[in-house]
Ligand binder design. Structure first.
Ligand code: ASP
Ligand code: MG
Length: 421
């Protein structure tokens, strides 16, 4: 058994969808393949706009945004399909109707609930088109609504999987399907609660879905098909010295993801690590390229691995009373962070202050600062960069920090980090 995950880019055009189909058709040894697919291109972002417009009760705007998404999917289906077109259109129309009904209701629950009910459609649409395309191309497959398989709690937008229940469903519902066809197509990123409400695993969560299935099916490997040749030691859009890393250990990848490398969703590693399932990162544009193999084998890395995170905010929490910032004050701060679902990327504790560095992506930083003002004097510095270098060497540190003002440095034998301006 193999698990393949196709990302949004790999189904974003007619050419790419056909190409993904060829990858399935020509996969060696004719293995059964559980195929997890993301939403097409930037559909999830577009659906987020629908959700926001709906929640602020700008219904016309929400419908207008949704209309664009509908047309895009119908157009792709029309360009791609002939025999299967009507079947596919009917399935797409059912999903459209589900969302449109919801858009006409007044929101009475919290935003995250509606977000998941609307945004989950992206993967249902993409898999419907993909599965019908495979059928039309003579590649036998079965489409599955993953919400019947992966059960989660109701922590909308950051749902937690019920492993035992989901394992049972995989056993009872997924495994028998492979008797009829070698390929099962299902959605990444989404699941459902006991009450059949849709949930999502957090942005970019389809990788995680791939890892869940690999774990539950005891797959031979999980392959993530991307538009890059392999995992690299730096983001090639940011650094021209970026080079491929052909082999990596789970430990290295989990660290890279933790420090902010945009390679694989951080939650992906644990489910495959626990069963020692190798993770292959391959390029869908050229499947012959070797890509990257990630496994338990620890290899020595000679190339520095560089991760640059923009848009960082530093918050300095200073004791109001000149008392030490001890375990009491620190635990209160962490409780506050837990309440706001905000996680520091870097921390430092001094005698009378605590410093935290955070992604400045929403109003959460402001909220944290505001709520902490009862306890501390608070000072925020915005617009910073966090540079992390693993397996660092003096020369690369000099190159990457030259001309920068360093606000904070942290160093272990393996990793050095700079907060810079
Ligand atoms: N479609 C979702 C997103 O864009 C999940 C994924 O692509 O992994 O976040
Ligand atoms: Mg994606």
């Amino acid at each position: 058994m193999l698990v393949y995950k196709f990302g949004g880019a790999s189904v974003s055009t007619i050419v790419n969808i056909k190409n993904a189909g060829e990858i399935l058709r020509t996969q060696p040894n004719n293995h059964p393949v559980l195929t997890v697919v993301s939403a097409i291109g930037k559909t999830t972002n577009a659906l987020e706009n629908v959700a926001h417009a709906y929640y602020s009760q700008d219904i016309q705007q929400a419908l207008d945004y949704f209309e664009i998404i509908k047309q895009q999917h119908l157009n792709i289906a029309k360009d791609l399909l002939t025999n299967e077109l009507i079947n596919c259109q009917n399935q797409l129309l059912d999903f459209f109707t589900e969302v449109e009904w919801l858009l006409h209701d007044k929101p009475v629950r919290h935003f995250d609930y509606y977000y998941d009910q609307i945004v989950c459609i992206g993967e249902l649409l993409s898999t419907s088109i993909f599965s019908h395309y495979l059928t039309e191309a003579g590649i036998e497959n079965t489409w599955v609504d993953v919400r019947d398989i992966l059960r989660t709690n109701d922590n909308f937008r950051e749902a937690v999987l019920d492993w035992d229940y989901s394992a049972q469903q995989v056993e009872q519902q997924i495994l028998p399907l492979f008797q009829d066809s070698k390929i099962v197509v299902t959605q990444g990123f989404i699941g459902s609660t006991t009450d059949n409400e849709s949930t999502t695993f957090g942005r970019e969560g389809s990788d995680y879905t791939g890892a869940i299935f690999a774990n539950l099916l005891n797959a031979e490997s999980l392959t993530i098909w991307k538009d890059v040749p392999s995992v690299m030691n730096a983001d090639p859009k940011q650094f021209d010295f970026a080079t491929p890393l052909p082999v990596l250990s789970y430990d290295e990848v989990i660290e890279m993801a933790f420090y902010g490398a945009q390679i694989i969703h951080p939650k992906t590693i644990k489910p495959i690590h626990d069963k020692e399932i190798p993770l292959l990162v391959k390029c869908f544009l050229d499947p012959a390229l070797p890509g990257t193999v990630i496994s338990k084998i620890k290899t020595k890395i000679d190339t520095p691995v560089v991760i640059l995170k923009e848009n960082q905010a530093l918050i300095k929490f200073q004791s109001k009373t000149y008392d030490f910032v001890g375990e009491q004050a620190v635990s209160e701060l962490y409780l506050l962070m837990k309440k706001l679902f905000i996680k520091p990327n870097m921390t430092q504790i001094g005698a009378i202050n605590f410093t935290g560095v955070y992604d400045h992506i929403s109003d959460k930083v402001q909220q944290l600062a505001l709520e902490a003002e009862n306890l501390f004097d608070v000072q925020i510095t915005q617009g910073l960069q966090m540079l992390t270098i693993r397996h660092y060497q003096p020369q690369i540190i000099d190159t990457l920090t030259s001309g920068k003002q360093i606000l904070l440095t942290q160093k272990t034998n393996e990793t050095i980090q700079f907060l810079m301006q």
